[in-house]
Design a protein around this ligand. Structure first.
Ligand code: SF4
Length: 370
C-alpha cells in the first residue's frame, strides 16, 4: 500500500527559482522558510515535504490536506474585512514541531506516526469556484505552515485574485526575504504566530527567534496587512519580562500592529500544562498596552475578557467594532475606514460597508473534492 510519503511525492512540482539556489556537490538551498536548508541529493529538508531529487528541488503541489470555511475573525484578523468568510485550506507538514500544536494531525503528518492524515487532489479553479459559491471574500492558507508550500499557495491565489478575492497567510513567520518577495504580489493579509521572545523557547519548538522577528519587520515594511498572535502558555512564554520585551518589539515595529493574546488549552504532547485563565490574558494585554500597542485583543475565551474582544478608536476611545468570539455584534467604522466620531483613520483593510456575516462559526463545505 502506498504510504502518505509516496502519495505526496506524486503531487509535486519543481520549486520556484526564487526559492532555490544551487550549491556545490549537487546540494540545493531552499529559501521557503527561515531554516534555509542546504539539501543534499536524495534528501528532504527539515519540513520533509521539499526534497532534492537528481539536483532539482521538488515541492508540494496539486493537493490539500483539508478545507474549511472560517469567519475571518478566527484566523484571527480583526482589522481586515470584519465579518468576511475566509475559505481556508491546509496542507501537510511543518518546519517546526511545537509540542502544543492544535493542528498536529496535519502539521506533523510526516514526522509522527500517530498523525494520520490524507491528501485530496484538487485544482485551484475547483477550489476558487467553491469559495465563490459559498460567498467567501478571502482565501487563506492556514492550519499547517503555509511557507513550506508557498508555490502551491501562490498558484491557488492567482486563481483567487482572478475571481476578485483577497488572500491571506496564517503563518509561524519563520520566513526569508526571498519568500516574502515571492509572496508579495499574491498575498494581502499575513498573520504571524509569535510564539515566544526567547531563543531557548524557539529552540524547543525547532526554530529560531531572529528569522521570525526579521519577517515581522519586513512584512510591515512591505505593506502586507499584518496581525500578530501569541498563544499564552502558562510557564512557557508568560513571564512579565518576556511579554514586556515582546510587546516592546511589536510596538517598535508599529504601535498600530494588532496583537492577539490567546488562551492555550492542553493538546498533543503538552497535556500537563494548565489552561490559560482570563486573568492571565488580561494581564498580558495590560502589558501590551503599557508598552505602547494600541490594539490588543484577548482570544479563545469569549465573553470572559471584558472589552478585549472589541476594537476602540485609538484617538477618542469610541467603540468601533463589538465582538463576542467571532461574532460581530456591532460595526461602526465608516466607508472611508475612519472612526465615526473623531474621523481618525483606523489602521487596517476595510470594506466600504459591513455586509453582515455568512457564518460566525467554522463550517465544512458540504461536498468533498475526491
Ligand atoms: S521549507 Fe524550510 S524546512 Fe522545508 S526545505 Fe525549505 S528551508 Fe528547509
Amino acid at each position: 500500500m502506498a504510504t502518505l510519503k509516496d502519495v505526496l511525492n506524486q503531487n509535486v512540482h519543481v520549486a520556484a527559482p526564487q526559492l532555490c539556489e544551487r550549491l556545490d556537490g549537487n546540494r540545493l538551498r531552499c529559501y521557503a522558510c527561515g531554516h534555509q536548508c542546504p539539501i543534499p541529493e536524495g534528501q528532504a529538508g527539515v519540513c520533509k515535504v521539499r526534497y532534492n531529487q537528481n539536483g532539482e528541488l521538488f515541492v508540494p503541489w496539486g493537493y490539500v490536506g483539508g478545507v474549511q470555511c472560517d469567519p475571518v475573525e478566527k484566523k484571527p484578523f480583526f482589522h481586515a474585512y470584519p465579518g468576511a468568510l475566509a475559505y481556508s485550506f491546509g496542507m501537510l507538514g511543518c518546519d517546526l514541531h511545537c509540542g502544543y500544536c492544535q493542528n498536529w494531525v496535519t502539521s506533523q503528518a510526516l514526522r509522527d506516526p500517530r498523525a494520520v492524515s490524507s491528501a485530496q487532489r484538487i485544482v485551484p479553479e475547483a477550489m476558487i469556484g467553491e469559495a465563490v459559491e459559498l460567498g467567501a471574500r478571502i482565501v487563506v492558507s492556514t492550519y499547517n505552515e503555509p511557507l513550506i508550500t508557498a508555490e502551491w499557495a501562490v498558484e491557488i491565489f492567482k486563481a483567487a485574485k482572478a475571481a476578485g478575492l483577497l488572500t491571506g497567510f496564517v503563518s509561524n513567520g519563520n520566513g526569508t526575504p526571498q519568500v516574502l518577495e515571492f509572496l508579495r504580489p499574491w498575498v494581502d493579509l499575513y498573520k504571524v504566530d509569535l510564539k515566544s521572545f526567547d531563543q531557548g523557547h524557539y529552540h524547543q519548538l525547532g526554530g529560531r527567534l531572529q528569522p521570525v522577528l526579521d519577517t515581522i519587520r519586513r512584512l510591515h515594511e512591505m505593506d502586507f496587512w499584518l496581525e500578530i498572535v501569541t498563544l499564552l502558555i502558562p510557564g512557557f512564554n508568560d513571564s512579565t519580562e518576556e511579554l514586556q520585551r515582546m510587546a516592546a518589539f511589536l510596538a517598535g515595529v508599529s504601535p498600530d500592529l494588532p496583537w492577539h493574546v490567546t488562551a492555550f488549552h492542553a493538546d498533543y504532547k503538552m497535556t500537563e500544562t494548565p489552561d490559560t485563565t482570563p486573568e492571565m490574558l488580561l494581564r498580558a494585554a495590560e502589558i501590551g498596552k503599557s508598552e505602547g500597542l494600541r490594539f490588543v485583543y484577548a482570544g479563545n475565551l469569549p465573553g470572559q475578557v471584558g472589552d478585549l474582544e472589541n476594537t476602540f478608536c485609538s484617538g477618542c476611545g469610541e467603540l468601533l467594532i463589538e465582538r463576542w468570539g467571532y461574532y460581530i455584534r456591532a460595526y461602526r467604522i465608516t466607508a472611508e475606514g475612519c472612526c465615526p466620531k473623531c474621523v481618525a483613520a483606523v489602521p487596517g483593510r476595510w470594506a466600504k460597508r459591513f455586509e453582515g456575516q455568512i457564518a460566525h462559526l467554522p463550517f465544512l463545505p458540504d461536498r468533498s473534492y475526491r
